[in-house]
Structures are given as C-alpha cells and as structure tokens.
Design a protein around this ligand. Structure first.
Ligand SMILES: Cc1cc2nc3c(=O)[nH]c(=O)nc-3n(C[C@H](O)[C@H](O)[C@H](O)COP(=O)(O)OP(=O)(O)OC[C@H]3O[C@@H](n4cnc5c(N)ncnc54)[C@H](O)[C@@H]3O)c2cc1C
Length: 441
C-alpha cells in the first residue's frame, strides 16, 4: 500500500488524534473540516455537544499523553487543577455516595471546546499535517472497479475539487454518511446495532459560589428508580458547567426555572442546594440523544480498500458514561498499531484488521451502557441472561464502592477503560459481592 497521502474527514477529537496517528505512517496527512476552526475555544456548529459537560477518562488521557508528551505539563502550566476522582468527586450512584478516600485516578476538568483546541494546536504543529477548514467532504472517490477509495470530493466556498489519498478516514461523528456512500458505490447496506435510550441533556454555565465545599465535582447518577441525573463540574477557576440528563421522557427542559425544578427532584438535595445560591451566566442549552449506535462495518463481506471509519462515526455510546472521547483516542491508537502490523501493510487486509481491533475496544463499553440503560423500567430492548447477570453483579459493585476504596478502584479502572471487566473479578471484589449476597456486608 502506498503511503504518500492520507485524508481525515472531520477535525474533532477522533479526527485530530487519528491524524496524529497517521502521521507516523504517511508522508502527508490532510484534515478536512467543514467548520471554521477560528475562533477556536468556543463550541462550534459541527460539535454541538461541546455545550455540555465532557469528562476525559484516564484511558483517553493516556493516549493523548502518548501522542502529545507535553500534555500534562501544559495543563499544569495553564493552571488546570488535577483532581483526584474519589477525593474530589462527590458521586451519588445507585442509592449511595461513593467512598472519598483518594484513588489512583486523576483528571483535569475543562470545557470540551478548550480540550479540543488544545489538541488541535498540538496537531497543527506537526510538520506532516495540514488543515483545510471550511471545507466539506461531499463524496468519496473510487477507482473504476469501485474496490478502492482514491480520495474525496470537497466543496470549499462553492468550489468543488478533489483530494487524492492512499487512505481516507471518516471521523465525521454521528452524522457520518459512510453508509450512503458505500451503498451508492454498490456495497451491501452496512448493518448497525441501535439501542433507543431517549436521553436529553440540558446544560448551563454558573458562576461558582464562595460557599465552602468538600468537593470539586458533584454528581447524581440516574438509577433504576430515577432515570434522571445531574453533574456540576468546574470548567475554569470561576465557573461550573451544570449538566442535567434524563431518559425515557423524564427530560430536563432548557429554561432557568426548569433547571432548578429538575435538580430539586433528584434523589439527593445537594445539587439543588448548590445551584439555588449560584448565578447562571449562560442560557440553558438542550441536546437530544435518542439512540446509541454501533456501525458493524466489521460484519460487511466487502469493504473498500483505502478507507476506514472511527470515533462516533463508528460507534457512539450513551454519553452519560463519558467514554466517547476515550473510545475515539483508543481507536486512533489501534489504527497506528494496525498500520505498523503485517496485515496493516497490505491494502487488502487493513480494514479487516482495523475493525477487528476496534470491535474489541468497543465491545465492553457497548455492553455495559446497554446493561445500564436496560435497568430503567420501560426501556425497550432484550434483557438477556448476560445482561441480567451484569446488572446484578455491578449493582453489588456500585454499592460496595461506597464502602471499600479497593472495590471502588477496581470499578474505576474498568470505567476509565484502563482495565477489562475481569478487574471486577479481583478476589476482594468477588468476596465483597458474595459477602453481600450472604448477608455479611
Ligand atoms: C451530550 C454529549 C455529552 C458527551 N459527554 C462526553 C464525555 O463526558 N466524555 C467523553 O469522552 N465523551 C463525551 N461525549 C462523546 C464525545 O462528544 C464524542 O465521542 C467525541 O467528540 C468524539 O467524536 P468524533 O470526533 O468522532 O465526532 P464529532 O465530535 O461529532 O465531530 C465530527 C466532526 O466532523 C465534522 N464533519 C462532519 N461532516 C463533515 C463533512 N462532510 N466534511 C468535513 N467535516 C465534517 C464536524 O464539523 C465535526 O468537526 C458526549 C457526547 C454528547 C452528545
């Protein structure tokens, strides 16, 4: 496979990290983005979810640190606080507050648009990567036999032109048109797994109050008895972003009065009492997320050479679990590894090898988010024995992580995509679950 030029469609988190990974293998990488990327630190039209809280989990943070070695020191230099997940986050989940003893997981809270602009600046500095902003990809270009993607047709300022590429990567998010593009080129209709979750987010920025607090982040997670939740997280020294979410018609609405009313009805009063004395400095903004989707390109019999898909365009999971950016980072790193492998060297086997790896990355978050959504009464979907077992086991783990730092740590390792679910089978966790079952905890 020639490795002269790669094109990445979309300059959000998945596109930026994918471009950086591709720069290890191609002479030149062009990122094509339909939005104007300046001014850079505000939510932009193509990424409306940036108006809502975004937590970068440690699994994703580690990938960014790998590709951008000054990431941590730059965050420290910029004064972004490093928070300890259990010491600084007061988290109510499944009927109890988590234990607050420090754990090994830390994170840097920041606005989604600020995080993206930080990554974009690193990528801009890379000598092999070029940005084309305000440029929309209209179509894929194929060779005469339609077996290979040869580039993209773009539109910039009403002018169409072609960009040739040895590899094109679609990172256009949930609105990806890959399915239509493939069908139009004569490929089988791609299958996708869809789970309806009927989730709505409403977010608003508040000025922090001066009242002393023993938390930096305050969260109330939806539970089977209450499909509503909310989080208060810092985005800078002065401000919190407050995000409310509700499933299955239990939706927040974007008015100042309704924001307060919504948090007043959460199972714990802490978020309401905090906001009741805080001042909103933005209008509330709504985001509807009807379904989570996993595009099963790994199951297609035929997939064109010279083309891949990653990030939300491949799989978008329930955002309440904060895993989307981390999945995108891990998929981009998998692309790097696959391109370095023997299978990745061959145009004919690259896609198969890549989608096999991404399937492994996505499998567990996809299953866990399904199991969590299916706890809600009335949520459509099959409650298989596997799902029921997972719900039963993790409910014990949630409860135990209010008591035991070690068990909470195991849960956080899985949640932050640092360990597989086998971490929940560590002896201490199993003993805890059995003890609780037999009434010893
Ligand atoms: C409400 C909400 C809250 C979330 N919270 C979290 C969280 O706490 N933690 C977390 O890790 N993740 C979270 N996520 C998920 C996260 O936003 C995404 O996983 C992450 O942004 C990666 O998405 P992406 O880069 O694949 O696509 P997107 O962010 O959707 O970006 C797609 C890009 O492609 C561009 N584009 C689209 N079409 C074209 C075209 N034809 N030509 C050129 N450019 C194009 C768009 O302008 C955009 O820049 C949340 C998502 C939502 C919806």
């Amino acid at each position: 496979m020639q490795r002269q030029q790669a094109v990445v469609i979309g300059a959000s988190i998945a596109g930026l990290v994918a471009a950086r990974a591709l720069a290890n293998h191609f002479q030149k990488v062009i990122i094509v983005e339909r939005d104007d990327l300046d001014p850079t630190t505000q939510p932009r039209k193509g990424v409306p979810q940036a108006n809502h809280v975004h937590i970068l989990l440690t699994g994703g943070f580690n990938v960014l640190q790998h590709y951008f070695p000054s990431f941590t020191s730059d965050l420290n230099a910029a004064g972004v606080p490093q928070l300890n997940w259990s010491r600084d986050v007061q988290w109510f989940q499944a009927g109890s507050w988590k234990t607050r003893q420090p754990c090994s997981i830390s994170f840097y809270p920041q606005a989604r648009a600020t995080l993206e602009s930080r990554i974009r600046e690193y990528v801009r500095q890379h000598p092999k990567i070029e940005f084309r902003g305000q440029t929309k990809v209209e179509q894929l270009l194929f060779d005469a036999s339609k077996t290979k993607v040869t580039g993209v047709l773009v539109n910039q300022a009403e002018q169409s032109s072609e960009i040739a590429a040895d590899l094109v990567v679609d990172t256009t998010g949930r609105g990806s048109r890959t399915g239509q593009w493939l069908e139009a080129a004569g490929y089988q209709t791609p299958t996708k797994e869809v789970m309806l979750i009927d989730l709505v987010y409403v977010s608003q920025v508040f000025k922090k109050t001066a009242t002393p607090r023993n938390w930096q982040c305050l969260a109330c997670h939806p539970s089977k008895n209450s499909p509503r939740g909310a989080i208060i997280a810092p985005i800078d020294d002065e401000h919190w972003i407050v995000t409310l979410f509700g499933y299955l018609g239990q939706h927040p609405t974007p008015t100042n009065a309704d924001v307060l009313e919504f948090v007043k009805n959460l199972p714990v009063p802490d978020i309401y009492t905090t906001l009741a004395e805080a001042t909103a400095v933005s209008e509330p903004v709504r985001f509807g997320y009807p379904q989570q989707v996993f595009q099963r390109y790994d199951k297609l019999k035929r997939f064109p050479q010279g083309f891949l898909v990653l990030g939300d365009a491949l799989c978008s999971v329930d955002p309440v679990f904060g895993q989307g950016m981390t999945l995108a980072c891990k998929e981009a790193q998998a692309l790097d590894q696959v391109l370095a492998s023997a299978q990745g060297q061959q145009a004919a086997t690259l896609a198969q090898a890549f989608f096999k790896q991404t399937q492994k990355i996505i499998e567990v978050p996809w299953l866990i988010t399904q199991a969590e959504a299916l706890r809600f009464k009335g949520m459509p979907g099959s409650r298989s024995p596997k799902i029921r077992f997972l719900q039963w086991y993790t409910e014990h783990v949630f409860w135990l992580s209010a008591q035991s730092t070690e068990i909470y740590q195991a849960f956080l390792d899985v949640m932050h995509l640092l360990a597989g679910p086998e971490a929940l089978l560590r002896p201490k966790v199993v003993r805890g679950v059995l003890g609780r079952m037999f009434g010893r905890a």
